[in-house]
Design a protein around this ligand. Structure first.
Ligand code: ADP
Length: 470
């Protein structure tokens, strides 16, 4: 069952229940009030007639002769009000003229109550179906009940009024429920229409497998608007993940293809006779070894990124950063010497150096810094400088690697931490994983890796690490 129908049914159901209870209360209250009004008139008349009889008769005479002098009843009656006086045995002693030859029905219950000296009131249903309200008040002489005054009124008018009110209440309830049901359904249809549109668009996106599509955001900032925004944000994220996955596959195969081609070429060369010439053989084997190294590095980097994604935690221990920086510095000098075997080199310096102990994984931190230095050496021409510094502030320990190299253009800067991103494609200097791994290592230590750069002047990478707590 659709939400629309369910909402409407609930709404109509609750409304119907409320209207029925309301109608029942109104109807009951009205019928009690009308009957009470009739009863009061009947009781007044009976009391008046009774008082007249008592005033007109001497009790002693009545007791002695058994005869009662009765007043003229028509003075008290109206066309719709019947009065009769009965004797103790139920026979009629006098009746108002509007009764003609008839009498008010003899009711044994009423008579029995009267003979006990109590007034009584009752609704009697006549043979014609008309309801008759009747009051019967005893006439007592001394202790003895000698008869009763009975006043009756047909409830025809009261019943007609009640009937009309009942029709009105029922009709009103039915009409209201129908109208409210229609309006309720229309309103829930209008309110839920945007959801239908979302479902359709989402269906189209799923069908076309096009994650770049977005749902139109409604102008209203309501529940549906928020749902659409959340849905779009989810699509955005899925789209990015999906593209990243596709790119990763393409990049990895691309990166592997080049070294494989080089290896195959050199193996062919060796087969075709290069193996016999010691110089050619050494060149070919060097090339093969270089490419194998490159592939090993790529695979190791990919493995590390996969572990990072799987959420594998680092093995942390207290690390003396100043000592670690010294080791990195020495290795950096070796790297510079290897990279620039002849002529001018890039000079490596130790800048500011505080003492600092942090909680971390020394191997990964060393890998991070060597990555930064490797980049600095790659992008700094001979004669330039690379400076490593360590600052210990109150909350943070900062390690900066500053070079005087080519710098990074501002439009490139936001992308350098992306996987497989390389600004300088030519020269095949790297695979573009170094900085994304470096940033992951920094974040896994609760820190960060930031960069500042000026084209032509140089670049500074800063590693931020939280100081160790006790
Ligand atoms: P790569 O393997 O290409 O070095 P990285 O992730 O380490 O990959 O770096 C991504 C890109 O950032 C590089 O291709 C380069 O364009 C830029 N880059 C990184 N470090 C420096 C630097 N010190 N100076 C200039 N550009 C840099």
């Amino acid at each position: 069952m659709s939400i629309r129908l369910r909402l409407t049914l609930w709404y109509v159901g609750v409304l119907t229940a409320i209207l029925i209870v309301f109608s029942a209360v109104v109807y009951t209250f009205l019928s009690f009030s009308l009957l009470d009004e009739v009863d009061r008139t009947l009781r007044d008349r009976a009391t008046q007639v009774g008082a007249g009889i008592v005033a007109q008769n001497d009790p002693l005479t009545v007791l002695r002769t058994g005869l009662i002098d009765l007043p003229e009843l028509d003075v008290f009656s109206t066309p719709a009000l019947y009065i009769q006086v009965i004797r103790g045995d139920g026979s009629v002693a006098r009746r108002s003229q509007n009764l003609g030859n008839q009498r008010l029905p003899l009711d044994t219950d009423l008579l029995a109550v009267n003979l006990n000296g109590q007034p009584a009131i009752k609704t009697i249903v006549l043979e014609s179906g008309v309801r008759l309200r009747m009051v019967s008040v005893p006439i007592s002489v001394g202790e003895r009940v000698v008869g009763a005054v009975q006043v009756g009124q047909p409830l025809t008018n009261v019943d007609a009024v009640l009937q009309r009110v009942l029709v009105l209440l029922m009709g009103g309830t039915i009409v209201t429920v129908i109208v409210a049901g229609g309006v309720g359904f229309l309103m829930s249809w209008l309110a839920l229409r945007p959801i239908d549109r979302i479902t359709q668009t989402a269906g189209r996106i799923a069908h076309a497998q096009d994650l770049s599509r977005r749902l139109p955001v409604p102008k209203t900032d309501d529940e549906v608007g928020r749902l659409v925004s959340t849905f779009n944000a989810m699509l955005e994220r899925l789209d990015r993940l999906f593209q990243a996955q596709q790119r990763l596959g393409a990049d990895v195969s691309h990166e592997l293809r080049t070294p494989l081609t080089t290896i195959r070429g050199n193996v062919d060369l060796l087969r075709r006779g290069a193996a016999d010439d010691p110089v050619e053989r050494a060149v070919a084997l060097d090339a093969i070894e270089g490419e194998v190294d490159r592939m090993s590095r790529l695979v190791a980097d990919l493995l590390l990124l996969a572990q990072a994604e799987a959420g594998i935690k680092l093995e942390k221990q207290p690390v003396e950063l100043d000592t670690l920086i010294l080791q990195v510095y020495r290795q950096a000098q070796l790297m510079s010497a290897t990279r620039f075997p002849t002529g001018e080199r890039v000079a490596i310096h130790l800048g500011h150096e505080d003492q600092a102990i942090i909680e971390g994984d020394p191997d990964r931190l060393k890998q991070l810094l060597l990555n930064l230095i490797d980049n600095a050496l790659k992008y700094t021409p001979p004669g330039g400088h690379v400076t490593i510094s360590l600052y210990h502030d109150q909350d943070w320990v900062r390690v900066s690697v500053e070079d005087t190299g080519v710098g990074i253009p501002p439009d490139v800067l936001p992308h350098i931490f992306d996987r497989f991103y390389r600004a300088q494609r030519e020269g095949r200097k790297g695979v573009g994983l170094g900085l994304s791994i470096a940033r992951w290592i920094a974040e896994a230590h609760g820190g960060n890796l930031t960069v500042e750069s000026q084209v032509g002047k140089g670049t500074t990478f800063t590693l931020w690490l939280p100081t160790a707590t006790e």
